[in-house]
Design a protein around this ligand. Structure first.
Ligand SMILES: *Cc1c(COP(=O)(O)O)cnc(C)c1O
Length: 395
């Protein structure tokens, strides 16, 4: 397997057991806390190799963790990856690894809500200050927000709920020139955006979404591209006691085997549904960067090779939040729920759930976030027809 191979091919081969599983294609699940050593010299040697994929104690992981780590590093084009317990931990752990008291961070206004909460209600207690910025800011704008003590430029593209596409290459160039670590939550992009080719230092993924793909496991990953960043990250994850279950890692690797097909199908289905929604009179705007004419489409086309199946719908200004709730409740195939990236479709009214403090995010109507699963698009559109009936009948 090489870099020349197609993504689908690599996802079939990455992280396999080779000759290490008695001939079986896959590793079995290894559970374990204690490791036994032949002698004390072997034990001392193992403890000195904590940055390597070598067993020394349960918390250091085992082949199930490493196979997944290597697969994620391959997906994101980085050198090393740390698996953590949740996508949220994949945000908090690198911030703790690369920041200290007295420093300052720049975070986009469209950041995943719990990330904002961590900055405002936890990092602030450590004496770390955060400035939220308009996600659509340009290079000059972000440069003006840097302070002498700014050590992290945090990005997320497209943004949570509102899908603003950030000009990552331009922002990252400024961040690097100022000596800050550039972090990116790349959950939406997965492999469609290659963070390290665009100047990102630390890439965050909620594996809970498409990698796991079946709505049954929570996991996160942090991927880096230099040995120094790896050691700093790994040491922090370790000191915080971060660990993921080998069963969950095994399930995530199983998800990867079908991810390329799932994502391709879901991308196409979502674009079909999104284009149809754009033609509806009740809809003011569809927030889907891969839709021609949509906000952020030009940057998306320049930097991404594809899209996932999560997008937003903005309704005409006349519709109330209650009406959007009634619409969501009328849907039979779309589940009402948070998270995304699984095989099933979801609808989540987002009006009221979006916090903005940097003046961005005015869309002029109530919003609904849709995740398109593996159902047939025609069935999903019929379901949405039911929703539209409920929407207007509750006017
Ligand atoms: C869901 C999500 C997370 C957090 O993932 P969990 O595994 O649910 O903690 C982080 N970032 C983004 C963009 C997400 O959508």
């Amino acid at each position: 397997m090489s870099e020349e191979h197609d993504f689908a091919t690599r996802m079939s081969h990455v992280g396999r057991a080779g000759s290490n599983a008695r001939g079986f294609v896959n590793y079995p699940v290894y559970r374990g806390s204690t490791m036994l050593y032949e002698n004390m010299a072997a034990r001392a040697g193992a403890a000195n190799e904590r940055f390597e994929q070598k067993p020394h104690y349960g918390t250091g992981g085992n082949v199930n963790h490493w196979a997944l780590e290597n697969a994620i590093a391959e997906i994101e084009g980085g050198t090393r990856c740390q698996i953590v317990s949740t996508g949220l931990a994949a945000i908090t752990v690198p911030l703790l690894a690369f920041m200290k008291t007295g420093e300052h961070m720049l975070m986009p206004d469209s950041v995943y809500g719990p990330g904002r909460n961590f900055a405002n209600n936890f990092l602030s207690k450590m004496g770390i200050e955060t400035t939220f910025y308009d996600p659509c800011i340009d290079a000059a704008g972000i440069a003006a927000l840097f302070r002498p003590n700014t050590t992290v430029l945090y990005t997320e593209s497209p943004g949570s709920h509102t899908f603003e596409v950030q000009d990552i290459p331009a922002l990252a160039a400024v961040g690097r020139a100022k000596g800050a670590k550039v972090m990116m939550d790349n959950t939406w992009g997965i492999h469609h955006f290659q963070p390290f080719r665009h100047g990102v230092d630390v890439s965050i993924q909620a594996l809970t979404k498409y990698v796991v793909g079946h709505s049954d496991v929570l996991l996160g990953s942090i991927t880096v591209n230099t040995q120094a960043d790896w050691e700093q990250l790994r040491a922090t994850a370790s000191v915080l006691g971060q660990y993921a279950s080998p069963d969950d890692c095994w399930l995530a690797l199983r998800g990867i085997r079908t991810m390329a097909v799932r994502m391709e199908r879901q991308m196409e289905s979502a674009l079909e549904v999104a284009a149809w929604l754009q033609s509806r009179p009740e809809v003011k705007e569809v927030l889907h960067p891969a839709l021609p004419g949509a906000r952020g489409h030009e940057i998306w086309k320049r930097d991404f090779t594809g899209a996932c199946s999560l997008f937003g719908v903005v309704f005409q200004p006349g519709f109330s939040r209650e009406q959007i709730w009634k619409m969501a409740e009328a849907l039979q195939l779309f589940g009402k729920g948070a998270s995304w990236g699984g095989f099933e479709s979801l609808a989540l009214p987002t009006g009221g759930g979006v916090t903005r403090t940097a003046g961005s995010g005015e869309f002029g109507g109530e919003m609904l976030r849709l995740h398109v699963g593996l159902e047939a698009p025609k069935d999903l559109m019929e379901d949405l027809e039911l929703g539209f009936k409920a929407l207007v009948s509750n006017a």
